[in-house]
Design a binder for this molecule. Structure first.
Ligand code: TXA
Ligand code: MG
Length: 320
């Protein structure tokens, strides 16, 4: 039985499952989330696989309190004011990420920013305590479906794909968290949600600017996506050889011979492992300074679709 009443035994088991890299769906005050240990790249890749997402978009990291959030993100004075006013609660802050916190690169899809929130729902808080890990958790729906507000919705969408669904009944807001970019001096609204614009404006004492819409809103407009990580190096996709001056991003066991820098996303050809390694590998090859990266073919199945989507975008001509 995947759906469990969130009693002490279930929470204990859920915490263990998270530490073991499994996926656990849980209620928050907004919608149900599908959670994984944010420090475990393979577990995070499993979220994208379970959701059937054709692309990687950055995920929100859920933590128990402001002190835990400060370990993974750089708080500006503005962000701290918002956190004090609205946490625990349905406000997500986008901030600069602290690289040393050990959060998987896949969580923020390679961006230097990170979205953090402290949920108010007691079951979400109990799961955070039981797991002892920050939880990366998008809404617990299959890609293209609406966000689930009851455990039964999660079961319909993801029942076979998660280790456990913690049942907390219907969620209070039924609407996702409000997302605010708090990196600068002025707050920027990235997604409207359960905290009203007016409530945020009352705290910051200024009108809230409208930022670029998050990819939830326009999932099929790749050119429009906000500041996705792109390597400095030129990418050559579907490469079967390595040319002079190229580093190689390899996949699978049959790697062409070269003296140039090589990183293999998965020598065994495992797409979950490859997804978990993708952003860190691009950064590492970028740092070798070759200026060009040859990328071996990645099969277009399972997570390969999202990996290829991101590689195609990174390879596309971009504005100077
Ligand atoms: O209420 C909620 O926020 C729920 C519950 C489970 O917490 N979660 C949720 O997650 O709605 P998700 O993945 O469905 O939506 C997260 C949104 C996406 O639109 C994503 O693009 C945006 O947050 N986001 C995450 N990290 C970001 C970042 N570093 N910069 C800009 N946007 C970011
Ligand atoms: Mg969603």
């Amino acid at each position: 039985m995947t759906v469990r009443t969130a009693d002490a035994a279930a929470l204990d088991e859920a915490g263990r499952l998270i530490r073991d890299g499994a996926l656990v769906a849980f209620p928050t005050e907004t919608v149900y989330g599908i959670g994984a240990d944010a420090t475990n790249g393979r577990a995070v890749a499993g979220i994208f696989e379970a959701k059937g997402r054709p692309h990687f978009n950055p995920l929100i990291v859920h933590v128990p309190d402001l002190a835990a959030a400060e370990k993974i993100a750089e708080f500006t004075p503005l962000a701290r004011r918002l956190a004090v006013a609205f946490w625990p609660g349905p406000l997500t802050l986008v901030l600069e990420r602290r690289a040393e916190a050990g959060i998987s690169d896949l969580v923020s899809a390679g961006l230097t920013s990170i979205a953090v929130r402290v949920p108010a729902h007691p079951i979400a808080q109990q799961l955070l305590a039981a797991a002892g890990r920050p939880l990366a958790a998008p809404s617990a729906n299959r890609s293209g479906r609406v966000s689930p507000t009851r455990a039964e919705h999660v079961e319909e969408d993801l029942g076979q794909r998660v280790a456990m669904i913690l049942d907390g009944g219907a969620t209070a807001h039924g609407l996702e968290s409000t997302i605010v970019d708090g990196r600068g001096d002025a707050a920027i609204l990235l997604r409207s949600g359960a905290v009203a614009r007016e409530a945020i404006e009352a705290v910051v004492g200024a009108p809230l600017a409208r930022g670029p819409e998050s990819d939830d809103v326009h999932p099929t407009a790749p050119g429009q996506l906000t500041s996705h990580y792109a390597p400095n190096a030129m990418l050559r996709l579907n490469a079967r050889d390595v040319r002079p001056g190229e580093a190689l991003l390899a996949f699978g066991p049959d790697v062409p011979d070269t003296a140039n820098p090589v990183l293999n996303l998965s020598a065994g050809g495992d797409l979950v492992e490859a997804a978990a390694a993708l952003f860190a590998a691009l950064r590492a090859l970028d740092r070798t300074g070759t200026g060009a990266i040859a990328v071996m073919p990645i099969p277009e199945r399972g997570l390969g679709e999202a990996i290829n989507d991101r590689l195609r975008r990174a390879a596309a001509p971009r504005p100077a």
